[in-house]
Design a protein around this ligand. Structure first.
Ligand code: TXA
Ligand code: MG
Length: 321
């Protein structure tokens, strides 16, 4: 996280090119959409995406929405079905997010989708967001640009009130006309309302000619490992490991002799929590694929992004139904 003053950029050619330059450098830039201000970073860059979570002080790694300039750009990232194509044609650009299967060849950071095989994508309708996405030319991951637990910002000064010095820049595009987050639709197994939002569900239903399914209600959504929409490795996990037992692969953290010598992969050899977050899902996927009996994980400090990392690891380690 930066502790420099956040740059306030205007809707001008120099403002836009500075915003693009910062995104290319892997920095975080808040930008207006028609719904709320998003906190954007290059969705292909693990460290850039980790900086979003650090800036927001999020206690959990929720999957993020990826913003692109048009349907063609979305088609490079996810596989559309016919209902999704119909909705994108009718409502993009606009306050609609589609959750679709991630194409395996896409280079989206595992941290964006929190390790899931699906990706949330949308084409925002704000002219400045469109200009930024076209000029950057790549996918931008962006949750709302506020501290975790605070209300979503609809003006640049709301962003500054919460995130000044925590993000590289905010691009000022005035107030957000919708003021409510996008409506999120999933398709597994049929069109389903995952989050009500700026686009009314009735309008969506009349477009697809069918009622939307309700999102399944999770009985104990906060119980570790119970969240159906969360990635869990197939391999068992053993947390806070200070030794390595037979048949285990070791996910290390930090510069200790044990982590440095014995790890199969290290989340951050220097003990940097932002780097560890950037590597978390990729390393879990890679160790999972090795087919060991257990993934042992070194202790992770419980401050800053360490909380979100530990939350994710505890869910992954919890008994499965
Ligand atoms: O209007 C909006 O959607 C704003 C602006 C900035 O575009 N963005 C936004 O992002 O609200 P965020 O990160 O606050 O909300 C993302 C939500 C997550 O809470 C998650 O539930 C859902 O999208 N989501 C993302 N990826 C998903 C996936 N693969 N499967 C299911 N849900 C997903
Ligand atoms: Mg939010």
């Amino acid at each position: 996280m930066d502790s420099k003053i956040t740059e306030e950029l205007q809707d001008t050619a120099p403002g836009l090119s500075r915003a693009v330059e910062l995104l290319v450098q892997g920095q975080t830039v808040a930008f207006p959409t028609e719904t709320v201000y998003g906190l954007g970073a290059d969705a292909r860059n693990d460290m850039a995406v980790a900086r979003i979570f650090a800036a927001k002080d999020r206690p959990r790694f929720n999957p993020l929405i990826v913003h692109v300039a048009n349907v063609q750009a979305a088609q490079k990232l996810v596989t559309f079905n016919s209902a999704a194509t119909r909705l994108a044609t009718a409502f993009w650009p606009g306050s609609l997010t589609l959750v679709l299967p991630l194409k395996p060849q896409s280079d989206i950071s595992h941290l964006v989708s929190a390790g899931l095989a699906t990706l949330a994508v949308r084409v925002p309708a704000h002219p400045l967001a469109e200009k930024l996405l076209l000029a950057f030319g790549g996918p931008v991951a962006a949750p709302s640009a506020n501290l975790s637990g605070s209300i979503s910002p609809t003006r640049a000064r709301h962003v500054m009130a919460g995130l000044n010095t925590r993000i590289a820049a905010v691009l000022n595009g005035g107030s957000c006309p919708v003021g409510l987050e996008s409506t999120i639709i999933g398709f597994d197994p049929a069109p389903m309302l995952l989050r009500p939002g700026g686009l009314p569900s009735e309008v969506i239903e009349s477009c697809i000619g069918d009622a939307l399914l309700a999102a399944p209600r999770l009985e104990t959504p906060n119980a570790p490992g119970q969240l159906g929409s969360h990635y869990a490795p197939k391999t068992a996990l053993r947390l806070n490991a200070t030794d390595r037992k037979a048949g285990e692969v070791l996910l290390g953290f930090g510069p200790s002799e044990f982590a440095a010598m014995d790890s199969d992969l290290n989340l951050s050899a220097s003990g940097d929590l932002t780097e560890a977050a950037a590597n978390l899902f990729r390393h879990l996927h890679e160790l999972d694929a090795r087919g060991a009996a257990t993934i042992a994980v070194c202790p992770i400090p419980a401050h800053g992004l360490g909380r979100a990392i530990n939350d994710r690891l505890m869910r992954a380690a919890a008994p499965r139904p």
